[in-house]
Design a protein around this ligand. Structure first.
Ligand code: G3H
Ligand code: 13P
Ligand code: ZN
Length: 301
């Protein structure tokens, strides 16, 4: 089999105390840039597609595209369904050749989340595919309107959830959110909560919403003509702390979107350019640099 299961890649990371980058893609250029950067870094990688990315690309092309690049690489590559919301899509991805699936039923009441997750786990495990699920919700709590307890992962419930479902990895909510605008003030994660979860459960944990939106990346985006206001991501220090406490998979989409767009917009300042390969290659170069920066951080101890 060309692609490796998420379980295989993440258990190795857990045993050795590092995290694997899980990068989202929506086209060939993003995928290629991610895989080539990880090959250069000699780092295993998870590439993933959201349901909307699958709709954009067409599911038929995704697996062959990933396999045909991965087969020439020395690193282990896993293809994950990111934020699958229903059993039909989970099943379709498994049948097509995805090697990890995420069932995100975190919006449902606990018992329904357990039931749907268990159904996906049973089908996935019959096909040697591993499963990530989510408990807690990734909404920001910046305004303190929503109480932390109703949003962040509850350690006791998490233990019950993992025991009842048999999931291979668990996405925890400890203060991150998706997109470029995660914090109004400084980056901060609930590491104490993560420690408590880790003391109860012995599987790899996943950090969603882990883009850094670094000052350097923001400056390049702005210099290319972009506008990004008060964007703020997860600090490197917070990432490293979370990895020390059990995070083995770090999900990044926003940083690569910003990088890709920056490269393309910078290139298109030259108004004579009209060959898509010229500007797409610049976008790919920017993604490669960002992936290498991120992978360097994920391997720090
Ligand atoms: O987890 C969220 C990802 O950034 C996917 O976003 O649905 O726009 O592809 P998307
Ligand atoms: P970011 O928006 O921080 O890149 O998070 C991506 C993610 O969690 C994909 O599942
Ligand atoms: Zn996510």
């Amino acid at each position: 089999m060309i692609l490796k299961s998420g379980k295989e890649i993440l258990e190795k990371a857990k045993q050795n105390g590092y995290a694997v980058g899980a990068f989202n893609f929506s086209n060939l250029e993003q995928l290629k840039a991610i895989l080539l950067a990880c090959e250069e870094m000699k780092s295993d990688v998870i590439v993933q597609t959201s349901p909307s990315a699958i709709k954009y690309m067409g599911i038929d092309v995704v697996v062959p595209m990933v396999e045909s690049i991965a087969k020439n690489l020395s690193i282990s590559v896993c293809l994950n369904l990111d934020h699958g919301k229903d059993f039909d899509l989970v099943k379709q991805c498994i049948d097509m050749g995805y090697t990890n699936v995420m069932i995100d039923a975190s919006d449902l009441p606990f018992e329904q989340n357990v039931e749907l997750t268990k159904k996906c786990v049973d089908y996935a495990h019959e096909h040697n595919v591993s499963v990530e699920a989510e408990l807690g919700s990734l909404k920001g709590v910046e305004d303190e309107v929503v109480a932390k307890e109703s949003v962040y992962t509850n350690p006791k419930l998490a233990k019950e959830f993992v025991e009842k479902t048999g999931v291979d990895s668990l996405a925890v909510s400890i203060g991150t959110s998706h997109g470029a605008y995660k914090f109004k003030g400084e980056s901060h994660l609930d590491i104490e909560r993560l420690k408590e979860i880790k003391s109860q459960i012995d599987i790899p944990f996943v950090l969603h919403g882990a883009s850094s939106v670094s000052d350097e990346l923001k400056s390049m985006f702005i210099a290319s003509g972009g506008e990004i206001g008060n964007a703020k991501g997860v600090s490197n220090q917070n990432l490293i702390e979370s990895i020390k406490n059990g995070i083995c998979k770090v999900n990044v989409d926003t940083d690569l979107r910003i990088a890709f767009t920056t490269g393309i917009r910078e290139c298109l300042k030259d108004k004579t350019i009209f060959n898509p390969r010229d500007y797409l290659l610049k976008g790919m170069d920017m993604i490669k640099e960002e992936v290498k920066r991120k992978v360097g951080i994920l391997n720090m101890k």
